[in-house]
Design a protein around this ligand. Structure first.
Ligand code: F6P
Length: 319
């Protein structure tokens, strides 16, 4: 094994840079050359890359985003796209490819692995929506960002006795809403995995206000409901002034938390060690604080389900 590639694809996530740094420095340790492929699968198809060395990854551990850039690439969902990608990997004489991103990225990695490319995938997404790993790189930073935002909102919610609906990201997964809801002490957490009843929520609001609560924070996962209609309905049914805040892309940026730096570094290191040992076609993740790897197909198929105990706890504590 002489040369490997690394790319980040799909939505960026804080900690991706830490993972690239670990990949590059571990590869250097094994005397491997590393090509950093720009803009994920899009850059692969355009043969857009740079040679990375230890110095290229100095001073990036603490930075959000991904310095080799990311992109969404619909062309890579086609058979021709994958075949073209495989050809470019052969032209570049890459003996291995480490892909960092969400489920779409891992799927792309599987397609390449099926074409004979030595692929290792790392879970990089704020959504925490991959069932084979306890955590994805970027999730902890994202919920910390939400936590700070909600602390500010709580001040103004209390001052005015208003309800705040806070929409958070996560696509079809409620993990950001649930975890952030717990660490923020939100009064309600609405996730796509559990149906909700708007009348029940509004009567909870009225009861809470009657008991003397001066604020009411509802964390709404993006996949659960249209935030504008939801907010309108809450105000209409509760009769209480209700404001909407969409945190949006703020959640995707920022310096990675200590947890994400550690997770990204461990997974990046492990990915290269696996390649050097001749392992390929796997996704690396974390289970019970142990680094694990799973075959790419199994990693994609692993169902991600909401932690029902955490959800129950959030409900009990939100009185
Ligand atoms: O997967 C990360 C994520 O931020 C989701 O939470 C969100 O639904 C989506 O990406 C937004 O995608 P885009 O960057 O294409 O707007």
């Amino acid at each position: 094994m002489k040369t490997i590639g690394v790319l980040t694809s799909g939505g960026d996530a804080p900690g991706m840079n830490a993972a690239i740094r670990a990949v590059v420095r571990t590869a250097m340790h094994h005397n491997l050359e590393v090509y950093g492929i720009h803009r994920g699968y899009r850059g692969l198809l355009e043969k857009d890359y740079e040679v990375l060395n230890s110095r290229s990854v100095s001073d990036i551990l603490q930075r959000g985003g991904t310095f080799i850039k990311s992109a969404r690439c619909p062309e890579f969902n086609t058979e021709e796209g994958v075949k073209k990608g495989k050809k470019i990997i052969m032209d570049l004489a890459l003996d291995g490819l480490i892909v960092i991103g969400g489920d779409g990225t891992i799927r792309g990695g599987l397609e390449l692995a099926n074409e004979g490319v030595n692929v290792i995938a790392l879970p990089g997404s704020i959504d925490n929506d991959m069932g084979y790993t306890d955590f994805t790189i970027g999730f902890d930073t994202a919920i910390t960002t939400v936590m700070h935002a909600v602390s500010n909102l709580r001040d103004t919610s209390s001052s005015h006795g208003r309800v705040f609906v806070v929409q958070v990201m996560g696509r079809d997964c409620g993990d950001i809403a649930l975890h952030a809801g717990i660490i923020c002490g939100a009064e309600e957490v609405i996730v796509p995995e559990v149906p909700f009843n708007i009348e029940e929520i509004t009567s909870n609001i009225r009861r809470a206000m009657a008991r003397g609560k001066s604020h009411y924070i509802i964390l709404l996962a993006e996949g659960a409901a249209d935030p504008f209609l939801f907010t309108e309905k809450i105000q209409e049914l509760s009769g209480i002034n209700t404001r909407l805040n969409i945190i949006g892309y703020l959640q995707r940026g920022g310096s990675p938390s200590s947890f994400d730096r550690m997770l990204a570094t461990r997974l990046g290191f492990h990915a290269v060690e696996l390649l050097v040992q001749g392992e390929q076609g796997v996704a690396v993740g974390i289970r019970g604080n142990k680094v694990i790897h799973k075959n790419l197909q199994q990693a994609i198929e692993a169902r991600d389900s909401l932690d029902k105990d955490l959800y129950q706890m959030a409900k009990i504590l939100a009185v």
